[in-house]
Design a protein around this ligand. Structure first.
Ligand SMILES: Nc1ncnc2c1ncn2[C@@H]1O[C@H](COP(=O)(O)OP(=O)(O)OP(=O)(O)O)[C@@H](O)[C@H]1O
Length: 262
């Protein structure tokens, strides 16, 4: 059974915006979604997380999450699954943290709520989680403004994996970071996948990011999946003109590195 299966998922507002997305995610696998701004990547992820913006709805198809048809989930069941089965990190980590609380207390709070641990046990677990994302112990007592963007994103990854989800969605999670830090965060995600069997959905407008460690790639444009397949196929034998365009755009800044090594 797949951890996550989207079958011809359509998302509508006053009109249909996402016109049918299908993919399945197995344990330890990585699916990439690439496409320019406004192509429907984030809405697709939010549908899988049960957090579509107000007035948006799944207007067709189905989503199965760890054996549950999400259409039948109550808000309470969704809350139970979010964090412990599926979790996410987004762009702009600072906006997800409370500036007046220490990093450690915020990660510990997630642990306390999601795992039902007492304060002391939650604190110890939070320290372990920060270490697992390669943050120094001192970060526990630091405030968000004292950390770099990369360290903030690591802190959020620690919170996102606190309840040992099976699926992690990384939606433009490295976009705001400089190239070296971006590579470090991607390495961290790859490590977590390796060590815990975490399955990933990696969303980016940047094909080079997605190409680094995805098994399958979906290329989206204007709410439509224009091309989908194994990453090698998409990179070496793109069928759609738009995919070729994305590849050409990246040749100028390093996609060929992945083409050579993949
Ligand atoms: N909260 C919202 N209210 C109104 N329209 C929205 C909302 N969220 C998304 N949209 C519209 O839905 C379409 C798809 O948006 P989506 O955020 O999924 O794109 P995206 O591919 O993730 O782009 P980006 O990389 O900019 O996040 C866009 O045209 C966008 O304007």
């Amino acid at each position: 059974m797949s951890l996550l299966a989207l079958r011809d998922v359509k998302i509508a507002y006053d009109r249909e915006i996402v016109h049918g997305v299908s993919f399945t995610l197995e344990p330890g696998a990585v699916v990439g979604i690439v496409g320019e701004s406004g192509s429907g990547k984030t809405l697709t992820c939010r549908a899988a997380l049960g957090i579509l913006p107000e007035h948006f709805r799944i207007s067709g198809g189905s989503i199965e999450l760890d054996g549950h048809d999400v259409a039948s989930l109550t808000p309470k069941q969704w809350t139970a699954l979010r964090g412990s089965t599926i979790s996410a990190v987004f762009q702009d980590p600072a906006s997800y943290l409370n500036p007046s609380l220490t990093i450690g207390s915020q990660v510990a709070e997630v642990v306390r709520v999601k795992l039902g641990l007492g304060r002391r046990a939650a604190r110890l677990r939070a320290v372990e989680l920060l270490a697992s994302v390669r943050l120094p112990a001192a970060v526990y007592k630091q405030y968000p403004h004292e950390l770099s963007g990369g360290m903030l994103q690591r802190s959020l990854i620690a919170a996102a994996i606190a309840a040992q989800p099976k699926v992690l969605i990384a939606d433009e999670a490295t976009t705001a970071l400089d190239v070296t830090v971006q590579a470090e965060i991607l390495d961290l995600l790859a490590e977590l996948r390796e060590s815990t069997g975490l399955a990933l959905v990696v969303v980016s407008h940047d094909l080079a990011v997605v190409a680094q460690f995805c098994d399958e790639v979906l290329v989206m444009r204007d709410g439509t999946v224009v091309e989908q397949g194994p990453v090698e196929k998409i990179l070496y034998q793109p069928e759609h003109e738009y995919t070729r365009l994305l590849i050409e755009e990246h040749e100028s800044y390093g996609l060929e590195r992945y083409l050579v090594t993949s």
